[in-house]
Ligand binder design. Structure first.
Ligand SMILES: Cc1ncc(COP(=O)(O)O)c(C=O)c1O
Length: 423
């Protein structure tokens, strides 16, 4: 019997191993109560960027906690929120070359950032007096676990029980290598068939859908088709943002600027929850009116919490003033080397990499998220003091940026020996 007072996320308590109690963290490592040092190969669910407890961010949090802890964000503002917005727009503009993004709306998770984006898009069309409600999204997309984001995400085991609550979304196929034209043609057909409110994309990498990667040129064409038909484009950079794909934001590689940009996880360096939804002036202006019914009606109690904003502001200083891109490039090169070392092994297929993210599929009869091999691999990795959390038979490595070649050597050895053990 594995009943637990604490109900853990994405955890089947009836079959999952007991959770490991973590006492502290440091750089790329989690330290368990029993002293084990576990390499954090998935950046604690894709959030930690520079490393755990990165000193300038921790210091900023301490300073802020001593000054202003929390204040309602309607009718009030504060320096950490103002500074974070300014620096975030600066970083986005530097990354994307030019950017029409001009406004920052705060929330507290990736899901809420996307939920806000969907509401902004529909609000924009309604307040502009045009009837456009169609949302177009990828097959295999994942945008979060709230009702709106589940609706935009792929339908499957994650959300089957909640199907009656979900709204309809039009789908384009994932642009598999060699089948990109089918994706572009379907988008063209959908935007021509009905006026579209917004296309929502995970740029370059679909994360929870299986670390599916597609080229920047395709992302660019998707933007062009959507924009040619007046649809807004929402870039969900909750996972890809803050360097994961090799550039500050993935959209940079396609030379595109979305109408709405969602960021979360790495915004504070992965230390404390904070999210932001950036919009163009046009979207803000559609809500800007003496008619109070056009107010953007969204908030949460902790919107723009000062301590979280102070962490984000310190993180943005690092991005604006330190050679983070060079560090990421070095990590990407190390990842490429380790991936190549696994390349000749017949048990691994579809080896792929975008920036700091490397992934491969273990050859099995039953693929998909519930593939039996996933939990077995996980247990083997943990036994080797490496945290990797396979998505079914897909094993991916998304490490913090302070990871060393020796760390990655341990990871690839763990992947090889786990594959030996479960063969
Ligand atoms: C692309 C993408 N969007 C949204 C989310 C949801 O973020 P959160 O878990 O912070 O709600 C995730 C989480 O993994 C994600 O990968």
């Amino acid at each position: 019997m594995r009943r637990s007072t604490v109900w853990h996320p994405f955890t089947q308590h009836a079959v999952a191993p007991l959770p490991i109690k973590i006492a502290s963290a440091d750089g790329a490592y989690l330290v368990a109560e029993d002293g084990r040092r576990i390499f954090d190969g998935i950046s604690s669910w894709w959030v930690v960027t520079h490393g755990h407890r990165h000193a300038p961010i921790v210091e900023a949090i301490k300073r802020q906690a001593d000054t202003l802890d929390q204040v309602i964000f309607a009718g009030f503002t504060h320096a950490p929120a103002e500074e974070t917005a300014t620096k975030l727009l600066q970083l986005v503009t530097r990354s994307l070359g030019t950017s029409d993004l001009a406004h920052v709306f705060y929330s507290d998770s990736g899901s809420t950032a996307v939920e806000v984006a969907l509401k902004m898009a529909l609000g924009y069309w309604r307040h502009s007096g045009e009837t456009r409600t169609r949302i177009i999204a990828f097959e295999h997309a994942y945008h979060g676990d709230t009702v709106g984001t589940m609706s935009a995400g792929a339908r499957g085991i994650f959300n089957a029980p909640y199907e009656p609550m979900l709204f309809d979304v039009a789908r384009i196929p994932f642009p598999e290598a060699g089948r990109e034209e089918a994706t572009l043609a379907e988008l063209e057909r959908l935007v021509t068939e009905e006026p579209t409110a917004a296309l929502i994309v995970e740029p370059l990498v679909l994360g929870a859908g299986g670390m599916l990667m597609y080229p920047a040129a395709v992302l660019r064409q998707l933007f062009e088709i959507a924009k040619a038909h007046g649809a807004l484009v929402i870039a969900d950079e909750v996972m890809t943002g803050f360097g994961r794909t090799g550039t500050a934001f993935a959209c940079e590689q396609a030379c595109v600027t979305p109408d709405i940009l969602c960021v979360a996880k790495g915004l504070t360096g992965g230390v404390i929850p904070l999210a932001a939804t950036l919009s163009t002036r046009a979207i803000f202006d559609a809500h800007y009116s003496t008619d109070r019914t056009k107010t953007f009606f969204h908030s949460s109690s902790y919107t723009a919490n000062p301590i979280a904003c102070a962490a984000a502001s310190a993180n943005l200083d690092i991005w604006l003033n330190e050679p983070v891109i060079e560090r990421i490039a070095a990590l990407a090169a190390m990842q490429a080397e380790r991936l190549a070392s696994l390349g000749g092994d017949w048990r691994f297929t579809n080896l792929r990499q975008t920036g700091t993210i490397a992934a491969l599929d273990v050859v099995v009869g039953d693929g998909g998220y519930l593939a039996g091999i996933g939990p077995k691999l996980y247990e083997r990795f943990i036994a080797a003091d490496v945290l990797l959390r396979p998505l079914g038979n897909t094993v991916y490595v998304m490490p913090p940026y302070c990871t060393t070649a020796a760390d990655l050597g341990r990871v690839s050895a763990a992947i090889r020996s786990a594959a030996d053990a479960v063969a």
